[in-house]
Structure formats: C-alpha cells, structure tokens
Design a protein around this ligand. Structure first.
Ligand code: SF4
Length: 429
C-alpha cells in the first residue's frame, strides 16, 4: 500500500479510497517532550527526572503535572541561571552539586535521568558527558542517563520515545536466542497486568515490559526478542531495539475490542499459538469489550470527529472511533506519521480519510471552523476558545494520562468521547 500526498484543502485528492496524507508546516500548538516526565516518573518507581532547563520548563512541568506536584514527585528542574549563561559559573560543577544534594536527600533513587531542554541545548551543555561523569561517581547506587525533552527536538509523547531509547543500551543482553516477547511503551499497571494474564493464557512467554516498574528490572534483549509496540510514538526506541537484534511484530495498537484482538493476534501468530488457544484466551475479554462499546455506539454513531495534532495517538483513536463506534473522521491531525509503524492502522481507516502531518494552526482552525465536526479533539489551549465558538471539544491530554488500552478499558475509552457530548446535551435543555 502506498500513501498518496494531497493538499489538506482537497480531501478527495487521494483517489482509489486510500487515506490522503498531507504535510503542513507553520505555527504549532503542542507540548514539548518534557511533559512525558509526568507519566514516566509514575511508571518507573525508582527513577528521578532532573530537567536541566529554565524557569519556563519548571512552570511547564508544574502546570502539566497539576495536583501531582504536591505528592513529592520524582522530578525537578535544575534551573540554568544568568550566571551559567554568562559563563561565570561552571554549569557542570553546579549540576554535580545539585545531583549530589538530590541523591543524598533521596536514597531510594536508583536511576537518574538528566533531561535536556531548549535552553540546555542552545548553550550546548553536554549532558551525555555529564551523565557519564555522574554515573562514574554514583555507581553502583545510581545510574545516570540522559535524553532530550526539548521543544526543538521533541513533541509531547516523543519525550517518552527519547527516554526509552536512552534505556535500550542499558538492557542486559539475552543469555541465549530463545524467543522472548517485549511490550514497548509505558502502560498503566492495571493494563500491564491484564496483558500479562492474556499472554500467559496463550502460552506466550517470557514477557518483559519496557519501561519496567523498577529500573533494576530491565528486560533482556537479543536476537530471540520480538517486540510489540503498545504506543505509536516510539520510532527511535524501535530503531534502537532493532540495532540490538530484536524484531518488530507489526500490529495495530491495542485500542478498543478490535484493536486489542488484532494486537494480541499479531503476537500469537508470530508465536505459533493455535487459533483455538487464541480464542479461548481472548473471547471472553473481547465480548465484554464489545458489550461495553455497544451502549456508547448509540450515542456516537454517525457523528463527525476531527483531531488536532498532539500525541501520535490520533490515527489509532480515529480508527477505533470509526470502526467500533461508527463515527466519521473529518481530519486526523498528527504531529508525526511513521509510515511503517502506522501502516496497519492506516489500512483500517475509512477510505478517503484525511490525515494531516504537522501543523499550521491558523489554517487548521479555519478548516475546522468551516467543517464544524460534532466533536473536536484538541489541546487545552484550543478547547475553551473552540467551545466558545460552539464546537464541542474533547481534551486530548486525558487520552495520554488515562488507562485506555486493552479490553477492560475499551468502554472507558469510548466514554471519554461520549462525556463532552452528553454534557453539552444536558446544558442545552
Ligand atoms: S524544553 Fe523548551 S519548549 Fe519545553 S518548556 Fe523548556 S523552553 Fe519550553
């Protein structure tokens, strides 16, 4: 299958029923990769994320984390002061002092991430070298790694990709070439446990998760490793795993009843699980998910939905809404479209669906104002202004922070789209 290029203004240009993919460049309304810290620090329970940045970065984390900042979180910002910028202080020395104080105060920390930001990149602070130096000083208690979450290099969920890619060189080498499965992408613990049970029921194992709950529990990797991506925004991590001999199992992403079944089946087929064993392991979960969806389908069927670019989850979510709930995608904005990883998803979209990679926010707003979808999925900065213009909106950030993958969560995922429409209907009375 090939993806045709077309102008966003000419949705029909793809022809032959293929989705039309257009690229757009201009002003963007997206988060930077630092925001990934908000969910990654909760997932890896013995890791600390130290942003080396400015007060802007600290404010961003504070507003993205919301009430979490009062729960002694495992992230902070080492703020680059004017003295550092003027070269009056040795930024490396200052960083070493901060890390020393931090680790003395938090002896439970086993892994420290130095997270690069726009300011640290602009002044060319060498965090790779700093991480090596600090590792030498603090091993064996603490390993220090680094990655970039800057707005120059990363958009929102790409911060997780950069973090996991930094973890890949740390994974222990598998002892032999025996088959093993790795699930890649941060998942809520409840979702991870459900997948563990489903794989066990099919006889697939051993199964490792990246990232793990503890940094001391990294899954092994080697030529026998097959990996299944649980999230669509992990292109760099996938490349790093392939460089270590692991092999990608292509699949749609585990959103909705159908998506979860296709995702599990890709692993099962690769593993040689019999159709009967697969059915016995998954039929109950799939039926429950379909029942949970049918009630919501009545509310959503036939309604038009449009996505602003945010997390790279937009294409799989639109596929779920179209195929399992009967919604009609108008425009699917995505910050980045990895053609290979997204091919199984794109193939399932309704013919002629318009995908726009990148953003020119003013042009995109004009298109949404002209089309007026029944539901617009967008960031917090656009939601209230669009509501004031009479468009119903769904905040996209919730789709990243909530457990939405797997059978048990399919109903909750649909409910996230029902809720803003139901609220609107109540207020209209
Ligand atoms: S990393 Fe860059 S985009 Fe992100 S908060 Fe800091 S300055 Fe802003």
């Amino acid at each position: 299958m090939t993806l045709a290029a077309a102008s966003p203004a000419s949705p029909g240009a793809a022809g032959c029923g293929e989705p039309a993919v257009a690229k757009e460049r201009g002003q963007r309304e997206v988060f930077c990769g630092l925001t990934g810290i908000v969910w990654l620090h909760r997932k890896i329970q013995d890791a600390f994320f130290l942003v080396v940045g400015s007060r802007t970065c600290a404010h961003l984390l504070q507003s993205a984390a919301g009430v979490m900042i009062f729960a002694e979180p495992r992230f902070a910002t080492a703020i680059i002061e004017e003295r550092d910028l003027a070269g009056l202080a040795d930024a490396n020395e200052a960083l070493e002092q901060i890390v020393g104080t931090l680790l003395a105060r938090r002896p439970d920390i086993r892994m420290l991430f130095l997270v690069g930001s726009c300011p640290s990149e602009v002044i060319k602070l060498d965090l790779a070298e700093a991480a090596r130096r600090l590792t030498r000083r603090h091993l064996p208690q603490v390993r220090v790694l680094h990655y970039s979450g800057s707005g120059i290099e990363t958009t929102f969920t790409e911060g997780e990709d950069a973090c996991l890619a930094a973890l890949v060189p740390e994974l222990p080498a598998a002892r032999d070439d025996a088959p093993a499965l790795m699930v890649v992408g941060a998942l809520a613990e409840v979702v991870e446990d459900q997948f563990r049970r489903l794989f066990a029921a099919m006889g697939i194992g051993p199964v490792g998760f990246l990232p793990p709950r503890l940094s001391t529990d990294l899954p092994a990797v080697g030529p026998g490793t097959r990996f299944l991506m649980a999230q669509p925004f992990l292109a760099g991590t996938a490349r790093a795993l392939e460089a270590r001999g692991a092999r990608l199992v292509p699949a749609p992403f585990p959103l909705g009843a159908e998506g979860t079944t296709l995702w599990l089946r890709a692993a099962a087929d690769d593993w040689g699980v019999t159709p009967r064993a697969f059915h016995e392991a998954t039929a109950f979960g799939e039926q429950r998910a379909r029942r949970a969806l049918s009630a919501r389908r009545e509310r959503l069927h036939g309604l038009r939905v449009g996505f602003f670019p945010d997390s790279q989850l937009e294409v799989p979510l639109a596929r779920f809404l179209a195929r399992e709930l009967g919604m009609v995608p108008t425009e699917i904005g995505t910050p980045y479209l990895h053609r290979d990883h997204m091919a199984p998803e794109v193939a399932l979209l309704p013919p002629g669906t318009r995908i726009v990679e990148g953003q020119h926010v003013e042009n995109q707003l004009d298109r949404f104002r002209a089309e007026r979808p029944d539901l617009t999925v967008c960031g917090l900065g656009l939601a209230n202004p669009l509501e004031a213009e009479g468009l119903a909106t769904k905040w996209s950030i919730e789709l990243v922070f909530s457990p939405i993958q797997g059978y048990e969560q399919a109903g909750d995922l649909a409910e996230l789209f029902v809720r803003p429409l139901a609220r609107r209907a109540r207020l209209e009375v």
